[in-house]
Design a protein. Structure first.
Length: 281
């Protein structure tokens, strides 16, 4: 049966479906885009982390629902079978390319900022999948979730954040750069990182060469989002120690143990909520 993500036509119903599968990512897109609109360059980077996470999530979900359309390669990459029957690997680059303009999408005027940005991403993906129903916003809808100047600021910062790694890295930049960043933020060696993902050190070494498998990218992206948020709020040098400190809020576990136990989404939500009111440590 075709995926509802590819066949639903009513925007509100599609947005509800997106929130059902990806609630954290939808909220995070709006939150980071709003901060980027105030001139926060770090928020623009976080926005791209969540955009990549949502793009990977779309592809992984569609692969499970329609494996004959979204196929998995031996190296873990998910490719789309196009109308000619060929597997195309342009998908992730194409989805990333529209990230900076998503805050300007007419979908935002229809279903709200976070949901509208997610719809813009899904609309791009639908263009690549044979048989999917196209998504085109109604003419005349303009987003007014921030002022014009703020919107231009968000678009500019997100564009800069996207362009820098794309200029200097190859096709696997999205995952390999996140891998490197996670190790830098938490001061992890390859063995420690492997433990957090339940794999061997050799697997991490392979990820560095070939890119991180699709099923691991969402967790990696969330881990980096946690680290980026903590790095911005804590004094320099404190993050690795804080991440290794047991906390009552995590039932005596450390942040790294939360990640190891696949509680990374809950950890991100808790850290974001904690810093909604807290001042820099």
């Amino acid at each position: 049966m075709p995926s509802r993500l590819l066949t639903l036509k009513k925007p509100e119903a599609i947005a509800d479906e997106l929130e059902r599968h990806f609630p954290s990512e939808v909220r995070s897109l709006e939150e980071t885009a709003r901060r980027a609109s105030t001139g926060d360059a770090m928020a623009a980077r976080e926005y791209l982390v969540h955009w990549r996470q949502l793009a990977d999530g779309f592809l992984s979900l569609l692969h499970r629902q329609q494996p004959e359309v979204i196929v998995e390669q031996s190296d873990g990459r998910l490719l789309i079978i196009d109308a000619n029957g060929d597997a195309t690997e342009t998908t992730l680059d194409r989805l990333l390319a529209v990230a900076p303009v998503a805050p300007c999408s007419g979908w935002i005027a229809r279903v709200g900022p976070g949901r509208g940005m997610a719809l813009r991403l899904l609309a791009e993906l639908r263009e690549e999948v044979p048989g999917a129903s196209p998504l085109v916003p109604k003419a005349g809808l303009c987003p007014h979730w921030v002022s014009g100047d703020a919107l231009r600021t968000a678009v500019r910062l997100i564009g800069h954040a996207l362009a820098e790694p794309l200029e200097r890295e190859d096709r696997s930049a999205g995952s390999t750069s996140l891998l490197k960043r996670a190790m830098e933020l938490f001061e992890l060696d390859k063995t420690e990182l492997a433990t957090l993902f339940g794999v061997r050190r050799q697997a991490v070494e392979q990820w560095e060469r070939r890119g991180v498998p699709a099923e691991r990218r969402a967790k990696l992206a969330t881990m980096v989002a946690v680290g980026e948020l903590l790095a911005r709020k804590l004094r320099p040098g404190l993050l690795p120690g804080v991440a290794r400190r047991r906390a009552p809020a995590y039932q005596g576990r450390t942040m790294l143990q939360m990640i190891k136990d696949d509680r990374h989404d809950a950890l991100l939500e808790d850290v974001r909520t904690s810093f909604d009111w807290a001042t820099t440590a």
